[in-house]
Write a protein that binds this ligand. Structure first.
Ligand SMILES: Nc1ncnc2c1ncn2[C@@H]1O[C@H](COP(=O)(O)OP(=O)(O)O)[C@@H](O)[C@H]1O
Ligand SMILES: [Mg+2]
Length: 354
């Protein structure tokens, strides 16, 4: 059982409010990712759930029991940190067994759990080494192993892959996903990396400045971002945004191109239109299009990132498939499907469905 319920969680350090009322229900076995820019309160929230710190307001429940005032050791959760936090003078085996010996678990049970975790994480050949003799990826495996042997109600992971190089991060990410599938244990995973969030999560919680902006599945966030911040944060490269005005029931873009309004908005309203770089293509001759001058071409082989500016100077980023053979200063005409447009009101909130 690993259901975690947060109700009205607040946290202030002195006069600084860091968390401003967090409500969230995490289901048994879910892999939930907290994502958001640096300083938005992700680690603070995770530490409150872990019991390493106390909220200044609100309630934390695990499987229906109020644990708000229960110490970290008695919550049955296991935390994994970016820094690994291994004991440098102990071997891998001792790092894994230390916590279990502390709670006086019988030796045979400890041995069984360690053997199982070591096999799962493929660290059996490393058991007699010290952390100093391990690579970053191996150290993080040991840190995860130390969490696994405790057989926790839930895993709490705070940017566990941030210290690894890009390639290793991708493979460890896949391993963590497989591990979650195998164990079926609730996981809360904190990252500032939206790709990590998209690839790992059952549900993503987008935090901004101490509040939850949106909670949804990865594709729910991608397809229906609730506001400009989420729209800009999820998806790479970032979504393009253009100021537009509703005239004659259509949204008029810079340069005068009129497109269907993606949602409900009043005549004369100023809105923002969003379109992802991957959702644009070179227009057929004569078809309605946004005209732009190319400022930079990044040819990646399988796709080409085209930086350009519209007539009024607004920048636009396009990801075109393949190698379209464009060069700087070329004039391109860009088209898109109106179904791929996103609309946001003056306050940055997604326009209601039409
Ligand atoms: N112990 C603390 N004392 C004072 N301020 C803190 C403390 N811990 C975190 N903060 C502040 O709370 C905010 C959120 O921090 P944190 O939760 O670490 O963000 P994130 O993990 O999202 O990068 C930051 O502005 C940080 O400076
Ligand atoms: Mg953090």
């Amino acid at each position: 059982m690993g259901r975690i319920t947060l109700t009205g969680i607040e946290k202030a350090f002195g006069h600084v409010e860091v968390l401003k009322g967090i409500d969230l229900d995490i289901g048994e076995g879910e892999l939930v990712v907290f994502v958001g820019p640096s300083g938005c309160g992700k680690s603070t929230l995770l530490r409150l759930i872990a019991g390493l710190d106390r909220p200044t307001g609100g309630r934390i429940e695990i499987n229906g029991a109020d644990v708000t005032r229960v110490g970290a050791a008695d919550r049955g959760l296991a935390m994994v940190f970016q820094s690994y936090a291994l004991y440098p003078h102990m071997t891998v085996r001792q790092n894994l067994s230390f916590g279990l010996e502390n709670i006086h678990m019988p030796k045979p049970e400890i041995a069984t759990r360690i053997a199982e975790a070591a096999r799962m994480l493929e660290i059996e050949p490393l058991m007699e080494r010290r952390p100093g003799q391990l690579s970053g990826g191996q150290r993080q495996r040991v840190a995860i192993g130390r969490a696994i042997v405790r057989n926790p109600t839930a895993f709490l992971l705070d940017e566990p892959l941030s210290n690894l190089d890009a390639e290793l991060r991708v493979s460890m990410r896949a391993e963590l996903a497989a591990l979650h599938d195998r164990l079926g244990t609730t996981m809360i995973y904190v990252t500032h990396d939206q790709v990590e969030a998209m690839t790992l999560a059952d549900r993503i919680v987008v935090l901004r400045a101490g509040r939850i902006d949106q909670v949804d599945t990865p594709l729910g966030l991608y397809n229906r971002p609730a506001n400009l911040f989420v729209a800009g944060f999820i998806g790479a490269p970032n979504m393009n945004f253009f100021a537009a005005r509703i005239a004659g029931g259509q949204a008029v873009l810079p340069g005068g191109l009129a497109v269907p309004v993606p949602g409900r908005a009043a005549e004369g309203a100023d809105i923002t239109i969003g379109i992802r770089p991957q959702h644009m293509r070179l227009a057929d001759p004569g078809a309605p299009a946004l005209e732009a001058r190319v400022t930079l071409v990044e040819a990646l082989g399988a796709e080409t990132v085209v930086h350009a500016t519209l007539a009024d100077g607004e920048r636009i980023l396009t990801v075109l498939p393949g190698q379209p053979g464009l060069e700087r200063d070329a004039v391109v005409r860009l088209a898109f499907d109106s179904a791929d447009l996103h609309g946001f009101d003056g306050a940055g909130q997604r326009l209601p469905e039409p």
